[in-house]
Write a protein that binds this ligand. Structure first.
Ligand SMILES: [Fe+2]
Length: 224
């Protein structure tokens, strides 16, 4: 079931600035923690691209769809649909696969298993179809991806690749998408507010753990 706000009413809803600041702060911290690509070995650079690809190629559209299924506000839907439309029309998973192959970083079973646990946690969380939490999780994801693109391109360049369509496209378009998701969040918070006992950032924390694993490969750290 969906609920509709009048355009005038929808317009006035803005996400609390403190929520945006928390998300941006988490992204700033992640960016500040990234190791210098030139200080990494070729195998470490390859692994980071491969784990990123293992997460994003098969899951981004799935998770944006989960957010779409979870919202009750009619105004949030076009924003999520617009995002999905672009992903599918321009075949972003194909673009990412080309990027990974060109950097000699196509994921192996080891790469896929390295992120298995954290990936499963995000999948199960989004399966709860909690509107506000899911949209906030995707806003964090889009915001992070956009900021991470320059770094991902540097990793690929250091691996000798010149195939940069994926990083070029996502460094630009996701700025709009992140803003759109914050608008969707504001409306959803009005129509379908989160139970006060639940943590607004539950999904964001799970996704952040997955991103940290993409960067630092905690499975390797634990095994060492
Ligand atoms: Fe994309």
């Amino acid at each position: 079931m969906t609920t509709l706000l009048t355009p005038q009413k929808a317009e006035k809803y803005q996400v609390d600035i403190s929520i945006k600041q928390s998300i941006n702060g988490m992204i700033d911290d992640l960016m500040a923690s990234l190791p210098n690509p030139n200080h990494l070995t070729s195998s470490e650079r390859r692994g980071m691209i491969a784990r990123y690809t293992a997460v994003l190629e098969g899951n981004f559209i799935y998770w944006m769809t989960a957010a779409l299924l979870s919202v009750q506000s009619e105004e949030a839907r076009p924003i999520l649909l617009d995002n999905l439309h672009e992903e599918i029309r321009d075949a972003h998973p194909a673009m990412l696969r080309r990027f990974a192959i060109a950097a000699h970083a196509f994921p192996t079973d080891t790469d896929a298993l390295a992120i298995h646990e954290d990936l499963t946690n995000v999948r199960l969380f989004l399966g709860k179809l909690s509107g506000v939490q899911s949209v906030l999780t995707m806003a964090f994801f889009e915001g992070f991806i956009q900021r991470f693109m320059g770094y991902l391109a540097d990793l690929a360049k250091a691996q000798g690749s010149t195939e940069m369509e994926y990083t070029d496209v996502h460094g630009v378009c996701d700025i709009e998408h992140t803003e759109g998701l914050f608008r969707a969040l504001a409306v959803e918070m009005e129509i379908n507010p989160l139970d006060s006992k639940q943590d607004l950032f539950e999904g964001v924390y799970l996704l952040r753990a997955l991103v940290v694993n993409i960067v630092f490969n905690r499975t390797a750290t634990r095994a060492a």
